[in-house]
Ligand binder design. Structure first.
Ligand code: FAD
Length: 473
């Protein structure tokens, strides 16, 4: 058996600030990266072409980074519990390391791979990396998982957070003979997203990979973070970090992100800036909250957290759903957001909340339809955060109080008062008066003239009906 350690990458597509890679480097100099194109994930119906394109972009840079430090990233395709042990045996690897996952499929897959490797006499080591605190570390006094955010935050913020892990460097990869062996077992060149069956021909709004993610973080911490509390709510303003895809795929380490926030806090010059940075830290904690929740309650992927909601009499009108997906509901803020999603694979958080409230509370369509549609389009689509966001919006998840129903027009008035965001994504409305766009009271002839649909439902009636049905639950 050689000194080789295989590091299996999944949602950690980087070589800096990686707990598991740093641990592997302490044990050996001979380290190769591995990524498995897993058909259980890539063949699912809710995979977004933009997300695969972003992921492949991250893998391209990861491949390059391994080359730079003296090693390789190996790509395989197939069933992880078969192909990974085969490769490890063929290369006579000493161990396979990886980072733990919170998703139900990921947990099951890792267990299978672990058992198969151990059966072949290969060691395994697993680490928590993609969260600042592991789900087992943040529990109530009675040892239970939190189900409400605020007490979770109070405990979580007090917990020790690891420092940034050292970047992988000065390693030794496979020899030419070992590469031939790896190829015989099934190592392939990195395919494109198109090769994998995913077509996304619009340029991504963000560059994938480690370098771009670090630059994004730096730019955000130098500028927008100090005004985040105010600016984060305006969908037409670049007021947030746009780091969600990088965090989902681990193009940046969460400790690096946290360190930047802490340093920004230390250097902040006003109460307003301090409040903004703390607000951003609380958003990072929402991500942890939802990931912990999924780890402890895997059934969240199948059903509402509040069981009573299983019986909610959703209308599930397919025509209304179609209009929502296409951005043709007659509600400008909803339609603008849905078009932004379809065209770019991205949607601002404020409008994610508005369209999710509209789908569930105005159209009374099951939140799971919206959850799937988002996953099919978002390039930051992440099971835990998306599920958490949808259950929160539908009021069937954790933290359900107060009952939140977003009024699309008062939201527009507050967060897109000049209708700039709406005009950007609904060019057919661009020449209308701001008052019409923001209030939604577009005269019939103007509506007809620009081919914009009448509202498909009446918000006031629908919200009353939702409240009634909610009360009955
Ligand atoms: C219905 C719905 C669906 C969502 N689906 C996803 C999803 O699939 N993937 C995803 O990453 N986020 C999702 N979110 C959360 C949030 O909208 C995005 O994380 C955020 O818009 C990303 O933009 P940003 O990186 O500029 O965030 P910033 O405002 O800069 O926040 C920093 C980071 O904190 C995390 N974060 C912020 N807000 C939330 C939140 N409410 N829940 C969880 N994490 C948060 C993200 O990782 C984000 O990158 C969803 C929210 C809703 C309401």
């Amino acid at each position: 058996m050689s000194d080789l350690i295989i590091f299996w990458h999944r949602r950690d597509l980087r070589i800096s600030d990686s707990i598991g890679l740093a641990a592997a480097r302490q044990e050996s100099r001979k380290i190769v990266g591995l990524f498995c194109l897993d058909s259980h994930i890539l063949d699912r119906k809710d995979v977004a072409p933009a997300r695969v394109t972003y992921m492949v972009g991250c893998l391209q840079e990861l491949e390059e980074n391994y080359r730079r430090v003296g090693s390789q990233l190996l790509i395989v395709q197939g069933e992880p519990s078969i192909i990974i042990p085969q490769l490890a045996v063929a290369l006579e690897a000493k161990a396979v390391f990886w980072h733990q996952d919170v998703e139900p499929y990921g947990k099951e897959r890792d267990e299978m791979v672990g058992l198969a490797l151990k059966a072949k006499g290969i060691q395994i080591q697993q680490f928590w990396d993609h969260l600042l605190n592991s789900p087992e570390d943040v529990l109530t006094q009675s040892g239970k998982p939190y189900t409400v955010y605020t007490p979770f935050w109070k405990n979580w913020i007090e917990q020790h957070k690891e420092t940034v892990a050292p970047k992988l460097d000065n390693v030794q990869g496979l020899t030419a003979a070992e590469i031939t062996v790896a190829e015989e077992v099934g190592v392939i060149p990195l395919p494109t997203a198109k090769d994998l069956g995913y077509f996304w021909d619009t340029p991504l709004i963000l560059m994938p990979g480690e370098t771009a993610a670090r630059e994004q973080l730096e730019e955000f911490c130098n500028r927008a973070i100090a005004e985040y509390k105010e600016q984060r709510n305006f969908p037409g303003v670049e007021g947030t970090s746009k780091l969600s895809a990088a965090l989902k795929f681990g193009a940046i380490g969460i400790r690096t992100v946290w360190k930047a926030a802490v340093e920004a806090l230390e250097c902040s010059y006003s109460d307003e800036a301090q409040g903004s940075i703390e607000t951003w830290q609380k958003e990072l904690a929402w991500r942890e909250f939802y990931h912990h929740a999924l780890y402890h309650f895997p059934k969240l992927t199948e059903e509402p957290y509040r069981k009573k909601f299983k019986d909610f009499p959703w209308e599930n009108n397919p025509e209304h759903f179609q209009a929502w997906c296409e951005g043709k509901t007659g509600y400008p803020i909803v339609d603008a957001a849905m078009r932004q999603l379809k065209e770019t694979g991205w949607m601002h958080n404020r409008v994610r909340m508005i369209v999710a409230s509209f789908l569930t509370k105005d159209l009374m369509i099951n939140w799971q339809w919206g959850e799937k549609y988002f996953m099919k389009h978002l390039f930051d689509g992440d099971l835990a955060s998306n599920n958490g966001g949808w259950q929160w919006s539908a009021s069937c998840g954790m933290d359900p109080k107060p009952l939140r129903i977003f009024n699309p027009f008062s939201q527009t008035k507050k967060f897109d008062p000049e209708g700039e965001y709406i005009r950007q994504w609904l060019p057919e409305l661009s020449s209308l008066d701001t008052e019409y766009i923001v209030s939604g009271k577009i005269p019939d002839d103007e509506r007809e003239g620009c081919g914009y649909p009448q509202p498909i439902v009446d918000h006031n009636l629908q919200q009353r009906e939702f409240k009634r049905l909610y009360k009955e639950l």
